[in-house]
Ligand binder design. Structure first.
Ligand code: ZN
Length: 488
């Protein structure tokens, strides 16, 4: 398929022309959430970034199989393969079955993603649903000699692997540096080197999430699930693997090592990583109390927030930065984003009222190519938005009688805004929905007043309300469940 899309490949550290392995088909894997808590801005960013990639690839004509996993097992509290499984810990604290925790937070994650208008992936596999496949992959890695067993746990032998392959090629880390800088082993651990990582961990007695394996009753290491599910649903080689920059090392580096150990070659052609979100210039962290969940953003219920924010304002705010740039949240930045977004929506809603001229005084057709060029340049959404603002300004000048556009140019402008704002950038103008909510609220209030009036035998007021609503074509029906209303 012909296209001019260039994306930054973290593996080669440069922008590359995108060529899919199979013509017309793209396989894309993105690391999804670990479901032991509510989603926050840090979850919204990869979801929105790869939603744009997904939408744009489909727009280019590809059939895309988009796999985004749910991590519901094996994600230990730190990367040193120690501590408790995060989901197990939550389950213990809440006295729940771990799968109840996973289901609860998966549902909440899905709701947040819908609010952000993120398209659903094609497949959403869970780690717990692929234990057998993970055990099989551990067996193969052991057979190939790139892992060792110690007291029921299996570890990946990074030093051994590095003799045949290049460990650190994604993150640019060298094994010599890792040897020098990583924590010294305490002697109580089973690993040969501190940078070796677990493929299988023997569960201690109070670890609830456990499965039988040839080595012990235990659970798979966190990095394994993505290698396994990527291979199962997208094959030994696929096009794009995405995730947040924080996953680049060790998670993605370990995925590369596992896949190479099994097949002898790289599994992924293009690695894409979105950058991090900071809050008022600081990294997000529990101790800083700036881990603001998406629900808190949508309700305004957090001390850092000045008000509740529309989910689309969060989406727009993220699109105003390139996905590889850091993005700093502040109330001012989010308010500015919401204002800018509403301005574009207002322009879009006003286009149908423009009066066409016989000829145009300004060129608008160039915006098609400008927007395409920006998308093709590693999904440069802030530049796309800058072009849409330019177009919006022209349309407002036409509205003010300062510029002129023909009927064709007006229609072209409308379809371009429709395509970019709503189809490709995935924004949604919630104004209609807000109006409907407002009407429902007002009608409830009015019907309550009428009910009270009737209870007080104030029939004059209740009849007056009915008659006034009639004039607005709103009909009230008294039923045994109370008054119902509808438009005539
Ligand atoms: Zn992953």
């Amino acid at each position: 398929m012909q296209n001019d899309l260039h994306i930054y490949n973290s593996l080669n550290r440069k922008k590359e022309e995108f060529k899919s392995i199979t013509p017309n088909f793209v396989g894309m894997y993105v690391c999804g959430p670990t479901v032991y808590g509510d989603a926050h801005l840090g979850h919204a960013r990869p979801a929105i970034t790869f939603d744009i990639v997904y939408r744009y690839l489909m727009h280019l004509g590809y059939k895309v199989r988009y796999v985004r996993n749910i991590t519901d097992v094996g994600h230990l509290e730190n990367d040193a393969d120690e501590g408790e499984d995060k989901i197990t810990k939550k389950a213990r604290l809440e006295e729940l079955e771990p799968m109840e925790v996973a289901k609860y937070f998966t549902d909440r994650y899905h709701r947040n993603m819908d609010q952000l208008n993120v398209l659903h992936p094609s497949i959403e596999p869970t780690a717990s649903g692929h234990i057998l496949e993970q055990i099989e992959m551990v067996k193969v890695i052991l057979e190939k000699g790139f892992a060792y067993e110690k007291d029921g746990s299996v570890y990946f032998d990074v030093e051994k692997y590095n003799n045949d392959f290049d460990y650190g090629k994604l993150s640019g880390r060298k094994i010599e540096d890792l040897l020098q800088f990583t924590r010294k082993l305490t002697g109580r651990e089973d690993k040969k080197n501190s940078f070796d990582f677990a493929l299988w961990k023997k569960a201690d007695t109070n670890h609830i999430m456990r499965w039988a394996s040839p080595w012990s009753d235990g659970f798979p290491g966190w990095h394994l699930e993505c290698s396994v599910m990527g291979a199962k649903y997208l094959g030994e080689r696929f096009d794009i693997h995405g995730g947040g920059m924080d996953l680049l090392f060790p998670h993605h580096e370990c995925e590369i090592a596992q896949s190479n150990a099994v097949t002898g070659h790289d599994q992924v052609n293009y690695w894409m990583h979105n950058n991090m979100v900071t809050v008022n210039g600081q990294k997000m962290g529990k101790s800083l109390n700036n881990f603001i969940t998406l629900d808190e953003f949508f309700s305004g219920d957090h001390e850092t927030l000045d008000s509740a924010y529309n989910p689309m304002a969060i989406r727009f705010f993220m699109l105003q930065a390139h996905y590889r740039s850091t993005l700093d949240f502040s109330n001012d930045a989010l308010n500015a984003a919401e204002k800018g977004m509403n301005k574009l929506f207002e322009t879009f809603n006003m286009i149908d009222d423009l009066t066409p001229a016989n000829e145009s005084s300004v060129e608008v057709s160039k915006f098609e190519q400008l927007c395409t060029d920006a998308m093709n340049d590693d999904l440069n959404t802030p530049i796309v938005l800058a072009h849409l603002f330019d177009l919006s300004r022209i349309l407002n000048q036409v509205n003010d009688g300062k510029e002129k556009l023909t009927k064709e140019d007006i229609e072209f402008s409308k379809s371009l805004l429709q395509k970019y704002l709503f189809d490709l950038l995935g924004l949604k103008d919630d104004k209609d929905k807000d109006d409907a909510q407002l009407i429902n609220y007002l009608m409830d209030t009015i019907l309550n007043i009428r009910k009270k009036a009737k209870e007080n035998k104030d029939y004059q007021t209740s009849d007056q309300i009915r008659d006034e609503l009639e004039k607005l074509n709103i009909q009230i029906k008294d039923t045994k469940d109370g008054a119902k209303w509808g438009f005539k």
